[in-house]
Write a protein that binds this ligand. Structure first.
Ligand code: URP
Ligand code: ZN
Ligand code: ZN
Length: 476
């Protein structure tokens, strides 16, 4: 099957160019200067007119949690529903987190994740490995990860008794990661101190969702971020801090980078647009206190008044932050978030956004916060470089996989669940209800197969393949 995409503006992280894009089978085979090749001489099976539209590499969401077990339940998207929603939103690859729970073998956790995903994904998928119990056995098991195509792993300084690692465990894991070339991803929040604060709040009757954000104070994120940076400095293991929301924590990353340290930061759409005041505070009276549970995630939503949201946008502009992933971890209100209706500590943590990341970041272009090439860099190119996919993914160039999105800047996307609104994630609510985007994903192509066109889903579960990833490009 050959596809010719004509008349569009190709946007890569390096800049924009007017070009027709020729796809043969699963690959991009040529970028043609418009007008120099008579289109009739190319006998394409399918022609897509992208006049007036952007042609961009498919989004790569490097932080998702399909079916994550959490707080006595599990994330509500399966690999099928979550990757289908991703395709609707212009994302053509995800990197999900395989889970090793404390007391479980890493190999078993990973094998289980392969079982969950294989044959079910609409788009390509890779894994990071969560190490939920650092000990002799799991350190040994880390030695096999690179051969398995899993070149990054995640540790948690939060969630004592669940995924938590103490400093000694982190040090040992980082030493091993340095030896193997694995990228250490860190959930940087001081979990033991947060648990004390959370218990004190709950015991004094402050049990609503708003207090989740109060217990997880920015000092807890700044402190843990600094500690992780120092441990990474000592071990010379490159460090990637996930889901950052506190401006003081981003300042720590900027400080480390200015000193030449191999430290990277990721934020998420919720920390760019949603706030403690708007979603958890001011609206709680109007909607009843528990509505705020929709926005309970960790790290938490932060205060707009204190400048955290603006600091995230600034970090993206200045490259103190390098990536935007979703941390897609959806839970329904019914039977899931509701578990914490009497105590915020029992609300499963997570927000679902996999369908909206490309759009929400494009709104940053419209609003003059980031440039077009920076948009593509944040949603596709840097994730590809960071996680060992670049060349295959993250760029529109001959030889790359034909993972392509045709994006219409004159289109419009109304996000949510109500009439005329789009939402394909397996959730009974949307954290993004009412958001209006000045742009639209018109066509999504994954390895030469059209998944979304004319408002129709044309994909199939099982099209998505497991991505064996190379080492991060940022290792020195
Ligand atoms: O609230 C969140 N982030 N839930 C998913 C688990 C994690 O910490 O990434
Ligand atoms: Zn986390
Ligand atoms: Zn996460």
């Amino acid at each position: 099957m050959t596809i010719l995409i004509t008349g569009g503006t190709v946007v890569n992280a390096t800049g924009t160019v007017l070009a027709d894009v020729l796809v043969d089978g699963e690959k991009i085979v040529a970028l043609l200067t418009p007008g120099t090749t008579p289109l009739g001489s190319i006998n394409a099976d399918k022609v897509i007119d992208a006049t007036g539209k952007y042609v961009i590499p498919g989004g790569i969401d490097a932080h998702t949690h399909m079916q994550l077990p959490f707080g006595g339940t599990q994330a509500s998207d399966t690999f099928e529903t979550g990757t289908t929603a991703a395709a609707w939103g212009g994302t053509t690859s995800i990197i999900d987190f395989a889970v090793q729970k404390t007391g479980e073998r890493v190999e078993d956790g990973l094998a289980h994740w392969h079982e969950l995903a294989a044959g079910n994904c609409a788009i390509d998928y890779g894994f990071h490995q969560i190490i939920g119990g650092v000990d002799e056995e799991s350190l040994k098991a880390m030695e096999n990860l690179v051969d398995e195509g899993i070149t990054s792993y995640k540790l948690f300084m939060a969630y004592p008794g669940v995924f938590y690692s103490d400093d000694a465990q982190i040090l040992r894991a980082m030493q091993k990661a340095r030896e193997l070339g694995l990228l250490t991803m860190m959930h940087a929040e001081n979990g033991p101190a947060i648990d004390v604060l959370a218990a004190q709040l709950a015991e004094s009757g402050k049990t609503g969702p708003y207090f989740h954000g109060i217990a997880r104070a920015w000092q807890m994120e700044e402190e843990a971020t600094h500690r992780a940076i120092m441990l990474s400095d000592l071990t010379e293991a490159p460090l990637y801090i996930v889901h950052m929301s506190a401006k003081q924590a981003v300042e720590q990353v900027a400080w480390a980078r200015d000193k030449g340290k191999n430290v990277f930061g990721e934020t998420c759409p919720q920390y760019l647009y949603l706030s403690l005041e708007k979603q958890l505070g001011a609206r709680s009276e109007e909607w009843g206190d528990f509505e705020g549970a929709k926005w309970v995630c960790s790290t938490p939503l932060r205060s707009e008044e204190e400048g955290h949201l603006e600091a995230m946008w600034q970090g993206l502009r200045t490259n103190d932050l390098q990536m935007v992933s979703t941390d897609h971890c959806p839970f329904c209100m019914k039977d899931q978030k509701e578990l914490g209706k009497d105590d915020f500590r029992a609300i499963p943590n997570g927000i679902g956004s996999i369908e909206h990341r490309v759009d929400l970041l494009y709104q940053g272009v419209v609003d003059g916060r980031i440039s077009l090439p920076r948009w593509v860099e944040l949603i596709s190119t840097t994730p590809a470089r960071m996680f060992g996919l670049y060349g295959r993914k993250g760029v529109i160039q001959p030889g790359a996989d034909a993972d392509i999105v045709v994006y219409d800047p004159a289109g419009h996307t109304s996000i949510g669940l109500g009439e005329g609104r789009t939402h394909h994630m397996n959730m009974d609510h949307s954290a993004w209800e009412g958001f209006e985007i000045d742009g639209h994903v018109d066509v999504t192509i994954s390895r030469g197969t059209v998944l979304i066109e004319n408002g129709q889903y044309l994909g199939t579960k099982g099209h998505g393949r497991f991505l064996k990833r190379d080492l991060t490009q940022y290792l020195v």
